[in-house]
Design a protein around this ligand. Structure first.
Ligand SMILES: NC(=O)c1ccc[n+]([C@@H]2O[C@H](COP(=O)([O-])OP(=O)(O)OC[C@H]3O[C@@H](n4cnc5c(N)ncnc54)[C@H](O)[C@@H]3O)[C@@H](O)[C@H]2O)c1
Length: 295
């Protein structure tokens, strides 16, 4: 198991989904965690569950620069320092297309997903330097590498998050601060419902539906769980990953290995699909042709 004993972590977007799993996994690994979010009731529940000596909750809108700076300071004030920052807060952002161009939505989405990562890292650096180093994890997405998984503005922001991680890794290596990006695939969280504008309670229920339905979409045959991502984040935060920086880690159940027919032999593939021929029909045709050659 990953060992984070003695380390202090800040996790943003920690009240729900991937971030909430992060709190659980990090605490189990021995870390003390400042959980930051907008959902104060869920944040308070985390503190009640794990205890004040393990988890502190800080209300923080990651698009608010003063709040973000105060968040990093709160780790020092509460637990004596800052070793790990997981920039994870997010939502789907604007769904507008290139042709629609919703500029306000664009700015909001970029502030939430990209500026928060840049600035959060900035505010964490002095505290990590004081500890002799640290680890920054940034939640990107497979939408950074493939079209079709998320809206365009979100996907561009997540690509930038991954590239920021690489460049920041280079810049901050002199301070023994490692920076890595995780690219999750489909993880059953309330982000899908929340991004549709559903109230949180309904969005949470939709996470269950995603968990039930998503398995067929990926080679491993199940939808991702928050802990799948949290386990990677914990490893990247640990001393066992001391040689790992500037990396982009895809954690997606294999969904990006190739199109579904590459791993699901029930499917015919793009040529048969274009010709309107099912795999069974193709097999029958091949059989008939083999029979014809033999006679
Ligand atoms: N679920 C997936 O399939 C998936 C895939 C790829 C990437 N991601 C990314 O993972 C991260 C976590 O998302 P999730 O799936 O756990 O969703 P989630 O909705 O369960 O959790 C996101 C959390 O971020 C918080 N948040 C939103 N805006 C905030 C703000 N301005 N300040 C502070 N907190 C804010 C929300 O309140 C929520 O608790 C996001 O960055 C998301 O883009 C998710």
């Amino acid at each position: 198991m990953t060992d984070l004993t003695g380390k202090v972590a800040v996790i943003t977007g920690a009240a729900s989904g991937i971030g909430a799993s992060g709190v659980e996994v990090f605490v189990e690994a021995g870390a003390q965690v400042v959980a930051a979010d907008l959902q104060d009731d869920k944040g308070a529940a985390l503190v009640a569950r794990f205890g004040e000596d393990k988890v502190a909750y800080q209300h923080c809108d990651v698009t608010d620069m003063k709040a973000l700076e105060a968040l990093m300071q709160s780790a020092v004030d509460t637990f004596g320092g800052l070793d790990i920052l997981w920039n994870n807060a997010g939502s789907g952002g604007t769904s507008s297309s290139v042709e629609e161009l919703d500029l306000d939505g664009y700015s909001f989405t970029m502030d939430l997903l990209l500026k928060s990562v840049f600035a959060g890292t900035h505010f964490a650096v002095p505290h990590m330097k004081a500890r002799g180093g640290g680890s920054v994890i940034n939640t990107s997405s497979i939408s950074a590498v493939c079209a079709g998984y998320a809206p365009i503005t979100y996907s561009v922001a997540k690509k930038a998050v991954a590239h920021f991680s690489k460049l920041a890794a280079a810049e901050l290596s002199k301070h023994q601060i490692r920076v890595n990006a995780i690219l999750p695939g489909f993880i059953a969280t309330s982000i899908f419902g929340a991004s549709l504008g559903l109230p949180r309670e309904q969005a949470d229920q939709m996470a269950e539906m995603v968990a039930q339905a998503g398995g067929a979409m990926q080679p491993v045959g199940r939808t991702g769980k928050g802990e799948d991502i949290a386990n990677m984040a914990a490893f990247l935060s640990s001393d066992a990953a001391g040689f790992v920086t500037g990396g982009e880690f895809v954690v997606d159940g294999g969904i990006t290995v190739g199109p579904p027919h590459s791993w699901n032999e029930q499917l015919g593939g793009p040529i048969l699909d274009a010709l309107g021929i099912t795999p069974e029909q193709a097999e029958q045709m091949a059989e008939a042709m083999r029979g014809g050659q033999g006679s």
